[in-house]
Design a protein around this ligand. Structure first.
Ligand SMILES: Cc1cc2nc3c(=O)[nH]c(=O)nc-3n(C[C@H](O)[C@H](O)[C@H](O)COP(=O)(O)OP(=O)(O)OC[C@H]3O[C@@H](n4cnc5c(N)ncnc54)[C@H](O)[C@@H]3O)c2cc1C
Length: 414
């Protein structure tokens, strides 16, 4: 596959863009693979990529029931940060954040990583204490964050209203090296790199059953016929529980719709990401100028990938107090994705009860930022049977009561 470069763009411009190749192949499934990954979202594709890059395992198929990146990976608000409270979380999210910094060069694909900085606003005394505690924890973990004053918040975000009647801004947890990336490009970049290594990415291929013999996985049933494998990675986010049931075990996962919306494009007005967790809304400005706005999850379990009117109202109402200019914005689009929530709001990276099956799920409302770190750890787990980054995220933590509690720590976990 030809390398993408400034020179390639100039060359193609000169010949009317007739020389570009397909970014990835669309092959028919083979009878057998060493590894099958179910789910061509960011986490599945990153797992396949690091299996090839770090362990030389390339006889791999990634099976996707829809189109690649069409799940939560292509539906999220792209916030990247690693200011988590607990040590295992900080380790995997910081690994991911650092991999994002060099991802475009590594994949030879521009993922538009923009380390513009992320502020989590403290709007109650409780949040002030919580974020100061996180800043101290981050200092010990080697993650660079800082608790900043309201004046510094105003300097970074001139459009903010510090003196909201209900929730004045009392400070913020600032991670200067957090930011955003182009979500589709992350999926496309990994897909292209996997295809280049000879892996098969098979779209419109739904896994409908999982076969095992004597407690060891031997393959899957799909709408394109049976496919055999030695190892199986289940990386299907909101459908993790559904797929696990097909394999014959249960997961402690609840599936919920999480919604987001974007406004019409406007002139540049905010060059950092702001999360207002007490009022529950978060916002950044895309390169096109749209304000990208995230809200909360539905209050009941469901599998709808849709938006709903009351969420627009709730989310915008929450933001208007802190950002009065939002009241004059017209909204363009709204959508939903199915997020996979665990009780402690931490992911599952684990061997499954069936030999040869590995599970990667539970990233909930905040897994976009984790994609490279998760893929790195999952590949190591699948290749070697253990991974230091994944160790604490095993399924056994639910039976041993060893929770990695990020739910109270973060309040909201995007
Ligand atoms: C509105 C919204 C905003 C968000 N904002 C952020 C944010 O700002 N920052 C952040 O870090 N995270 C955010 N997230 C969370 C983040 O998007 C997810 O945690 C992450 O994208 C999950 O990636 P994934 O690869 O695990 O799942 P997905 O991208 O959902 O991929 C799973 C794939 O599996 C496929 N699949 C399912 N069942 C089968 C089957 N039986 N056979 C074959 N294929 C199957 C699906 O079609 C899907 O493509 C947000 C999510 C949403 C919905």
């Amino acid at each position: 596959m030809k390398r993408y470069s400034a020179f390639a763009i100039a060359r193609e411009a000169a010949r009317y863009h007739t020389g570009w190749e397909r970014a990835w192949a669309s092959p028919k499934p083979k009878k057998k693979y060493d590894v099958i990954i179910v789910g061509a979202g960011g986490h599945g594709l990153a797992t396949a990529y690091y299996l090839g890059k770090n362990f030389g395992i390339t006889n791999v198929a990634v099976l996707e029931k829809g189109w690649l990146g069409g799940g939560n990976t292509g539906r999220n608000t792209t916030i990247i940060r690693s200011n988590y409270l607990q040590d295992p979380s900080a380790a995997i999210y910081e690994k991911a954040r650092s991999l994002y910094e060099t991802m475009s060069q590594d994949l030879n694909y521009n993922v538009m990583f923009s380390p513009r900085g992320v502020i989590m606003l403290a709007q109650t005394e409780h949040e002030v204490r919580g974020y100061q505690r996180t800043a101290h924890a981050n200092a010990l973990q080697g993650v660079k964050t800082e608790f900043i004053s309201p004046q510094k918040v105003k300097e970074l975000v001139p459009i903010i209203n510090l003196d909201g009647p209900r929730y004045p801004v009392l400070g913020g947890l600032w991670q200067e090296r957090g930011g955003t990336a182009r979500h589709d490009a992350v999926a496309w970049g990994y897909a292209r790199a996997c295809s280049q290594m000879g892996m098969d990415i098979i779209q419109k291929c739904e896994v409908t059953g999982v076969r095992n013999e004597g407690g060891k996985v031997v393959g899957v049933e799909t709408n394109q016929g049976p496919i055999d494998c030695d190892k199986l990675g289940m990386v299907v986010a909101g459908h993790a529980g559904v797929l696990a049931e097909k394999a014959g075990f249960r997961l402690p996962i609840e599936s919920l719709a999480l919604q987001a919306l974007v406004s019409e494009p406007i002139k540049p007005c905010m060059d950092v990401v702001v999360m207002a967790n007490t009022v529950h809304g978060y916002m950044s400005q895309s390169d096109k100028g749209e304000m990208v706005i995230g809200g909360g999850t539905d209050g009941f379990n469901n599998y709808t990938q849709r938006g709903s009117y009351h969420h627009i109202e709730e989310t915008v109402r929450a933001l208007v107090e802190t950002f009065p200019m939002v009241s004059r914005l017209k909204m363009l689009r709204q959508w939903g994705g199915i997020v996979d929530m665990t009780g402690d709001r931490s992911p599952i990276l684990s061997k499954a009860p069936i030999d040869g099956i590995f599970v990667n799920c539970g990233w909930g409302t905040g897994g976009f930022k984790a994609i490279p770190g998760s893929g790195w750890a999952m590949a190591e787990l699948m290749a070697k049977g253990h991974s230091p980054l994944a160790e604490d995220f095993g399924l056994n933590r639910f039976t041993e009561g060893r929770f990695i509690d990020e739910s109270v720590a973060a309040g909201v976990a995007h």
